[in-house]
Design a protein. Structure first.
Lengths: 313, 104
């Protein structure tokens, strides 16, 4: 059974692709997401382009610095891809990690016609290389906007164990479109950061239900923070990516104006809400408190009443 | 961090034709192994970078056991270790070898 916002058309369902996105490694996600055998890595682990900073902190490096970049085919069409490994330092952006994504987006900008898929799985900037990591975030956002202005679609897929936080949340907001699973979380400040800065009364980071209904995939889908909701298998993410690539997703002043209006309207309607359930209630969803417990297929039926704001990003 | 290097001479080369494989992830209690077919068929080289210092004897034993069991000739095995237990190390090494043999 497929439980994604999208029909089965275009997906090549195989038992291998039924594995959990959340559980898979970055390299496995990419290998299974793309057409069989089509992934070609750029700056692979054998080149040992590791972080120049971690050694100074007596920390182990990873040969790919926690990100796989490359090219491949999706349903026969070429795509550029990047996948973050959320288990290595929380998928955080360091100097090399960030430069690999910047380079991929600049290549996309030059080629103009080949879309980019980014498999986010990140806590944000790697604290041990903070300045280089912050600069990397800025460079990536610039490269992404330039690529989009040149006509490139950039699709973000979010369902990893680290979620998509910090600078990753900012980069995701610059994408043409996002697909998210329930496990995926999208935000800038993470739960612990909010609690540390504003107190437990503002946000109790240990309240898992609160974290998920505030930052999780269901809420993000319902308030337009993500365009498609998908179940947790690689096959479902593949179908979601194909579906998003079929939309026009034009980028320009009109799209930015539309997004600005959408966000202003959202703030006007929901700005006074204290909890996601208040927003769901205002949206007229019956029994809003039941949403976190809904299985993906039933949630998708409910979400169908809230069309994604594609084109306004 | 501690760097360890081990060289072994083995009777036979590792099966398969794949030139490179990578398994695992660098995380607490885990490790990555990069296998590369770059040596002569009777040579085997291990380059270890580990976050857990002072375990040379354990590494020596785990790798000697792996070499004896599989005869991974021709392979250079580079390890980034986040403090994995010996059984995890043995498992990852075997996994890397398996990928080199089968291409998967």
């Amino acid at each position: 059974m497929s439980t994604s916002d999208v029909p089965m058309a275009g997906s090549l369902s195989g038992t291998e692709r039924q594995v959990s996105w959340y559980e898979a490694s970055a390299r496995n996600r990419l290998r299974l997401l793309l057409d069989a055998g089509s992934l070609v890595e750029f700056i692979g682990p054998e080149q040992r382009e590791t972080s120049p900073h971690l050694r100074l902190f007596d920390l182990p490096e990873q040969f790919d610095d926690g990100i796989v970049v490359g090219r491949g085919q999706l349903d026969g069409a070429p795509v550029l891809v990047a996948g973050q490994e959320g288990r290595f330092m929380g998928g955080a952006f360091g100097e090399v990690h960030g430069a690999k994504l910047t380079g991929l987006l600049r290549a996309a900008r030059e080629m103009r016609s080949i879309p980019v898929l980014i498999l986010f799985d990140t806590g944000g900037v790697r604290l041990q290389e903070a300045n280089a990591g912050e600069l990397a975030i800025a460079e990536i956002m610039r490269a992404m906007i330039e690529a989009r202005a040149a006509g490139v679609k950039v699709i973000g897929l979010i369902g990893g164990r680290a979620g998509c936080y910090g600078g990753g949340g900012l980069i995701a907001a610059c994408c043409s479109a996002l697909a998210v699973s329930e496990q995926g979380r999208i935000a800038v400040s993470g739960p612990e950061v909010i609690e540390t800065n504003r107190g437990v009364e503002e946000f109790d980071s240990r309240d898992r239900a609160l974290v998920w209904r505030t930052m999780g995939g269901k809420h993000r889908r319902l308030i337009g923070g993500a365009d498609l909701f998908t179940d947790d298998t690689v096959d479902d993410f593949r179908a979601a990516a194909l579906q998003l690539l079929r939309f026009p997703l034009a980028f320009g002043l009109d799209a930015l104006d539309a997004e600005q209006s959408r966000l202003e309207d959202r703030l006007r309607r929901f700005g006074a809400c204290r909890d996601a359930t208040d927003i769901w209630a205002l949206e007229g969803i019956p029994q809003p408190e039941s949403i976190p417990g809904l299985p993906p297929d039933r949630f998708l039926k409910l979400a169908a009443a809230f069309p994604p704001s594609l084109g306004a990003r | 961090m501690e760097d360890l290097t081990f060289r072994h001479t083995v009777p036979a080369s590792a099966a398969g034709t794949r030139l490179q494989a990578i398994v695992g992830v660098v995380a607490s209690g885990n490790l990555e192994v990069l296998a590369e077919r770059v040596l002569s068929p009777t040579e085997c080289l291990f380059e270890i970078r580990t976050a857990a210092e002072g375990f040379r004897e354990v590494w020596t034993a785990v790798i000697a056991d792996f070499v004896q069991r599989y005869s991974p000739g021709g392979l250079k095995l580079s390890v980034n270790d986040g403090g994995a237990r010996p059984d995890t190390v043995a498992l990852r090494l075997a996994q890397a070898l398996r990928m080199m043999e089968t291409g998967r």
